[in-house]
Design a protein around this ligand. Structure first.
Ligand code: 13P
Length: 251
C-alpha cells in the first residue's frame, strides 16, 4: 500500500489575509512541479476563502485549524463543517494540543468534531500526543491509545478512509526539541499496529500518520525516512514560503 506523503503547514494564529495570500501564492509557484507529495496549508478562518481563491488550480490543498461539531445554531464565534466546505476547505485539523490545552477541548469534543468532519466530507487530521509529564510517568502509549480510541469512537471505519493522524508530542511543539528517530519510529509503528488490531486493518493501511513538533529543513529528511512516517505537520517552519518549500523538497 502506497500512501502519498502529506506535508502540512499549520499557520496557527499568524498572518493577515494579504500575508496569507502572498505566502500561499509563492508556495504554490515554488511547488508547482511537486507530484509525489500532497501539500496542505491551514491558515486562520478569515483567510480561508482568500487563500482558496489564490490556490485554486494549483497543487496546494486547503485545511482549517478547527471546526465546531454542530451544523449551525446559536454558538457565537464558531464555524461548522458545512461552512468550511463551502469556503473551499478539504482538510480540518482536530484536537490540536493547543486546542486541548488552552481551550479545554476534551476527547469527547474531539470525537464530536471528527463525526462532524466526516459528515461534512472534510478530511480530519486527528492530533494526538503526550505531554512531558505523561511521557516521564511512562504513560505515553496509554495516552495515545485513549486519544485515538476516543477520537474515532462510534465512527464507522468506512467513513474514516481519509483520516490522517498527527502524532505531535506536546513537549516537542515550538520548543526546538524534536523526538528522536527511535522515539518517532516506536510510536508510529505502535499506532499502525493499534489501528490494525483495534479499529480496522484496512484503515491501518490507508491512514497517514504524520509527525509534528519542531520539524525543520535540517531534520525532515531523517523523519521522513522512518518507516511509518507518512508526512509532517509543521508550525513555525511552514510560515515562510521559502522554508516551507525546502521542507517539501527535502532530500
Ligand atoms: P512547530 O513546528 O512550530 O513545533 O509546531 C508544530 C505544530 O504544532 C503543528 O501543528
Amino acid at each position: 500500500m502506497t500512501r502519498t506523503p502529506l506535508i502540512a503547514g499549520n499557520w496557527k494564529m499568524f498572518k493577515t489575509g494579504p500575508e496569507a495570500v502572498d505566502t500561499a501564492t509563492q508556495l504554490a509557484a515554488a511547488c508547482a512541479d511537486v507530484r509525489d507529495k500532497e501539500i496542505m496549508i491551514a491558515p486562520t478562518y478569515v483567510c480561508l476563502p482568500l487563500v482558496a481563491t489564490a490556490i485554486a488550480n494549483t497543487s496546494l490543498h486547503l485545511g482549517a485549524q478547527n471546526l465546531h461539531f454542530e451544523k449551525q445554531g446559536a454558538f457565537t464565534g464558531e464555524i461548522s463543517a458545512d461552512m468550511l466546505a463551502a469556503a473551499g476547505v478539504e482538510y480540518v485539523i482536530i484536537g490540536h494540543s493547543e486546542r486541548r490545552q488552552y481551550f479545554f477541548e476534551t476527547d469527547d469534543m474531539v470525537n464530536r468534531k471528527i463525526q462532524a468532519a466526516v459528515a461534512g466530507r472534510l478530511k480530519p487530521i486527528l492530533c494526538i500526543g503526550e505531554t512531558q509529564a505523561q511521557r516521564e510517568a511512562g504513560n505515553t502509549f496509554l495516552t495515545l491509545d485513549k486519544q485515538v480510541a476516543d477520537g474515532v469512537k462510534g465512527v464507522d471505519s468506512k467513513l474514516l478512509q481519509d483520516l490522517v493522524i498527527a502524532y505531535e508530542p506536546v513537549w516537542a511543539i515550538g520548543t526546538g526539541e524534536t523526538a528522536g528517530p527511535d522515539q518517532v519510529e516506536t510510536v508510529h509503528s505502535y499506532l499502525r499496529t493499534m489501528l490494525d488490531t483495534q479499529i480496522s486493518s484496512d484503515l491501518a493501511q490507508t491512514v497517514r500518520i504524520l509527525y509534528g513538533g519542531s520539524v525543520k529543513p535540517d531534520n525532515i529528511a531523517n523523519l521522513m525516512r522512518i518507516q511509518d512516517v507518512d508526512g509532517v505537520l509543521v508550525g513555525g517552519a511552514s510560515l515562510d514560503a521559502g522554508t516551507f518549500t525546502e521542507l517539501v523538497k527535502y532530500d
